[in-house]
Structure formats: structure tokens, C-alpha cells
Ligand binder design. Structure first.
Ligand code: SF4
Length: 339
């Protein structure tokens, strides 16, 4: 195995690709560390970029602890529900563990002073280094020259004279640097993290308002289709297309799934629905499931007398299913707001 000197937080975007390349050009061994969260998955582009650079890439999937952190950030949210400082601290803590495991010398990131108001102002960069426990062993190769020298630089683990002093938001100078350093495939700006999108925030806020113990599974559900709050206890997820029908069924069957009921239309073309908050059925919940399906179905194409829906319920040790047929008349009903 090649000598590993550094662990680089690696999204595969322009900044982290450059940070890795700057270190590689100093002869420093690099292992990339990519984080997959329910809100951001850039693992495909990160793998592509890592291969182009010839570095190993570790994929780290976050779990329940990350969702708890999003729910209660110590340093607050940005413009939407993005707790970027907490998130960066958490990622750097994981990187610190990997650094110790792999006996690397330091951790590096592609952060640039002043590039992001929520997490990359100078005091926040200092805070992230301190709170992650990395201290002077967290290096930012693209902006190091405008920061105080780190321990890693003082110990000559990395040559400060060959690091950069970029600040602010511009991308043009970074593209120029990438070309100069011989990076053939310049990464495009990514779609980014859903937590930064204001339109996504209501479903996250709803989750944290009604779910006392939010889990990674709850967060995965947020991306699975239309979300409808039915009551403080019950929420529905309704597929918008075939792919989401499959995703909802996959989530229902997961070992870490919360109590839920799955409604799968069988005799007609309609969305799969999952009601979360109970795994027990009665007439009321069956009618609720059917009414939700019909609410988001083209009723003209459905045979009034042939509505067959497979209903899965019960807990993991005692799963059960039943067929539900033609119980309520066709009608568009309910006036619920999607999240
Ligand atoms: S944008 Fe998302 S992934 Fe990035 S630091 Fe902020 S919360 Fe974390």
C-alpha cells in the first residue's frame, strides 16, 4: 500500500479535487473521504474524480447520529435547514478517526476563506479545526496562506510555500489553477445539498416537529415522493412515478423501517402509498390509504368496480398482508397540503 500522508474530504467538486491535487504534486499521499448523506450523494462524481487522480476513495455513509445532529445543531442553521458548521465538524471528526486508523499525518479540505457564509468564514474555519479535535492538523491547501500556519505546516509535513491563498466566492481562478495543474476533467458545480434548498426545508421541519426520535430512515423517506402530514402521529408518502413506487416499497421493507403500512395498487395504474406512524390496520386506515391513492390517480382510467390494493402491515417479526377492494366510491377528496 502506498504511503498515506493525508486524508482529504473529497466531494469530487472542483475545490476538493484541487486540494488533493496540490498535495499530490508535493509528493504527499492522499486518500479521499467522501460522505453520503440522505441529503447529498456525490459519490459517483467523487469516484470518477478519485480515479482520474489515481487516489483511493473511502465512501462513508452517515447514520442516525447525523440526523440527530441536523435536528439539534449546536451552531445553528444557514439560510435553510443546513447546519453547515456542525456538519463540517462531524465530517472532520470522522476524518480524524480515519487519519488515526490509516496512520496519516493530517487531514485536508478544499475549503476557501469567505467562500461560503455559513461555514467558511475565518472564525468558522478555526472553530471547525478546534471542535473536530484536529486543531493544527487540519490543512486547507487552497486558502492556507491567508490563515495562520498550522502545526502540519510548521512540522514540514506539507510545504506552505506551495499552498495557496484564495479567498471569496469566485470560481474562475480555480478553473485556471485546475488547468495549470493538469486536471483534465474540470468538475461542474454540483447540484449540492438538499438541506440548503428553501423549498426542501418544510419537509425537514415537519419531520423534526413531529418525530421525537428522527432516524436515517426517516430522512431517506423525505426523498421518496410526495409527503403529506395527516395528523401529529401519521404521515403519508405518495409515489410520483414508478421509480418512487419501488423506492417506497424498498424503504418499507428495510430492517430499520419505522412502523408503517404499505398500500400497493394491483388492478390499476396508481401510486404506491406508505402511511408512517402505525403498523396496525382498521377500516379507517384502509379507507385513508385508498382515498390517498385515488386522490393522486387519473380516475377516468380506473374501473369503478375493480380497485384492488395489496396492503402490507404488521411489525418485522409478524408481517401480514391483505387485499382491499372497492370500499369507497371514487371521488377527489381531502384538502391536505403537500410538504
Ligand atoms: S451544505 Fe450540506 S453537506 Fe455541506 S456542510 Fe452544509 S449541511 Fe453539510
Amino acid at each position: 500500500m502506498a504511503n498515506v500522508n493525508s486524508i482529504v474530504l473529497f466531494s469530487g467538486g472542483l475545490d476538493s479535487t484541487l486540494a488533493a491535487k496540490v498535495l499530490l504534486d508535493q509528493g504527499i499521499g492522499v486518500v479521499g473521504l467522501n460522505f453520503i448523506t440522505p441529503f447529498h450523494d456525490a459519490s459517483a462524481i467523487a469516484s470518477e474524480q478519485a480515479e482520474a487522480l489515481g487516489i483511493e476513495l473511502i465512501l462513508h455513509r452517515t447514520g442516525d447520529e447525523y440526523i440527530r445532529l441536523i435536528a439539534n445543531p449546536q451552531w445553528g442553521y444557514g439560510k435553510a435547514v443546513n447546519p453547515c458548521v456542525d456538519c463540517r465538524v462531524a465530517m472532520c471528526r470522522v476524518a480524524a478517526d480515519v487519519m488515526r486508523e490509516r496512520e496519516a499525518n493530517f487531514v485536508a479540505t478544499g475549503e476557501i476563506t469567505g467562500q461560503r457564509p455559513n461555514s467558511q468564514m475565518q472564525h468558522q474555519l478555526n472553530l471547525i479545526a478546534r471542535e473536530s479535535g484536529l486543531g493544527g492538523f487540519l490543512v486547507r491547501p487552497l486558502t492556507a496562506v491567508v490563515l495562520e500556519p498550522t502545526e502540519a505546516e510548521k512540522l514540514d509535513l506539507v510545504n506552505r510555500g506551495r499552498l495557496y491563498g484564495y479567498t471569496g466566492r469566485g470560481r474562475g481562478h480555480l478553473v485556471v489553477l485546475a488547468k495549470r495543474l493538469g486536471i483534465k476533467k474540470i468538475p461542474q458545480p454540483s447540484t449540492g445539498c438538499a438541506l440548503c434548498e428553501k423549498s426542501y426545508a418544510p419537509r425537514v421541519v415537519d419531520l423534526f416537529k413531529y418525530e421525537l426520535n428522527p432516524s436515517n430512515w426517516d430522512a431517506e423517506v423525505l426523498n421518496a415522493g410526495r409527503q403529506v402530514r395527516l395528523s401529529p402521529k401519521l404521515k403519508a408518502v405518495i409515489a410520483r412515478n414508478e421509480s418512487q413506487c419501488n423506492t417506497i416499497e424498498y424503504l418499507y421493507n428495510k430492517s430499520d423501517a419505522k412502523p408503517a403500512i404499505l398500500f400497493k395498487p394491483e388492478s390499476f395504474n396508481a401510486p404506491t402509498v406508505m402511511i408512517i406512524g402505525t403498523d396496525e390496520i382498521d377500516d379507517e386506515i384502509l379507507q385513508l390509504g385508498e382515498s390517498l391513492i385515488l386522490e393522486f390517480t387519473n380516475l377516468q382510467k380506473v374501473d369503478q368496480n375493480n380497485k384492488t390494493i395489496r396492503v402490507k402491515y404488521g411489525n418485522k417479526t409478524n408481517p401480514a398482508e391483505t387485499i382491499y377492494q372497492n370500499q369507497i366510491p371514487f371521488q377527489k377528496k381531502h384538502n391536505r397540503e403537500s410538504l
